[in-house]
Design a protein around this ligand. Structure first.
Ligand SMILES: [Zn+2]
Ligand SMILES: [Zn+2]
Length: 342
């Protein structure tokens, strides 16, 4: 029997993509932007910070004073847009001695992605002097943008600064992987440890989400079970290795029939968008295949696209995975190890 004190995941937001999903077909949605809490005892960890994260973590009864770390799978805006709220509003959860909260995420991409071959005229990147900042630079820029507010509070209300609490860290990729954002974005590799404390050991691997790179998946091992979170990826052998025999796999899923409907290919723009989805994401059946290959305990699909599809679309993962398949709503609580202890 699982109890609330066991390590668990709370699905703060389960929708994918830079959209706010409305729900014409169902009453129990919409889904907030992607964000997942891994709760271990009194401490919790945040994986991605999509739209609505701070509101959702409050609804879940979580508090930034007990946040052990933030882990960003990649720098697409649908995964990081509410980092602002967590860092700015979260300061008001803190009393007494300030915690040090690491923010792990991708470093500078260092090279711009290639221009789509579908481009019909030259396209110009923005901010040529610093076009691909990593998480350390990104976080400093976010706080700088709010300097008027922050200095008001620091000087007048004697509040602490988020820069004294949140410690962004570019995740270092092992050199032997020979990672290169364009030429070798997802080499086959062994997972490596990026964080360890008295509650969790977090390992990472590179997954396949072109053209963004690096794109990570994370695995949390605790004394009471394990969970692997895929990030955004197409089917990835590295993810199979990372997730091997994990108790719970949270994997992204997209409905490619929806992609075909929304981007039927009438224009180069539509074809480029369809290309992006097909080379960068995973169908429910493919997610089931990954879960089967990794021999995981249970599979939960999240970052579902579209975020207002009937659940049955994603339950198709059950055709390729014999274990339990979940399609959680926002704020569902999933014990990491409930299958193993039943
Ligand atoms: Zn995404
Ligand atoms: Zn993405």
């Amino acid at each position: 029997m699982s109890t609330v004190t066991e390590p668990r995941v709370i699905t703060l937001g389960t929708g994918g993509g830079p959209k706010v999903w409305t729900s014409p077909h169902q009453e129990d949605l919409p889904r907030n932007g992607i964000a997942t809490a891994v709760v271990v005892g009194e401490r919790w960890y945040l994986v991605d910070a999509g739209n609505g994260t701070f509101t959702q973590l409050k609804r879940a009864g979580l508090d930034v004073s007990r946040l052990g770390g933030i882990f960003l799978t990649h720098l697409h805006s649908d995964h990081i847009v509410d980092l602002n709220s967590v860092a700015l509003f979260g300061m008001f959860d803190l009393v007494g001695e300030l915690p040090s909260i690491p923010i792990y995420g991708p470093g500078d991409r260092e090279v711009l992605p290639e221009t789509s071959p579908r481009a019909q005229s030259p396209v110009e990147p923005i901010y040529r002097e610093d076009p691909t900042p990593g998480v350390s630079s990104l976080f400093r820029s976010l706080m700088h943008a709010h300097a008027t507010d922050l200095n008001d509070r620091i000087l007048d209300a004697l509040r602490p600064s988020p820069l004294d609490v949140f410690v962004p860290q570019n995740i270092a990729i092992p050199a032997e992987a020979n990672f290169h954002a364009n030429d070798n974005p997802s080499p086959l590799m062994d997972p490596w440890v990026i964080h360890e404390d008295d509650r969790v050991r977090v390992t990472a691997t590179l997954v396949i989400h072109p053209p963004i790179a690096p794109a990570f998946a994370f695995r949390f091992d605790t004394e009471g079970g394990s969970v692997t979170i895929s990030g955004d990826t197409r089917p990835s052998d590295n993810l199979v290795t990372l997730a091997e025999k994990t108790d719970l796999l949270l994997h992204e899923a997209i409905d490619f029939d929806w992609v075909s409907t929304v981007y039927p290919g009438r224009t180069e723009l539509e074809r480029a968008s369809a290309d992006h989805h097909r080379k960068s994401h995973t169908s429910p059946v493919e997610a089931g295949e990954i879960a089967a290959r990794a021999d995981v305990g249970r599979l939960a699909l999240h970052h579902v696209v579209p975020g207002n599809s009937p659940r049955a679309v994603f339950q198709a993962a059950a055709t390729s995975f014999a274990g339990e398949v979940l399609v959680p709503d926002d704020l569902d609580v999933i014990a990491l190890n409930s299958l193993r202890v039943r």
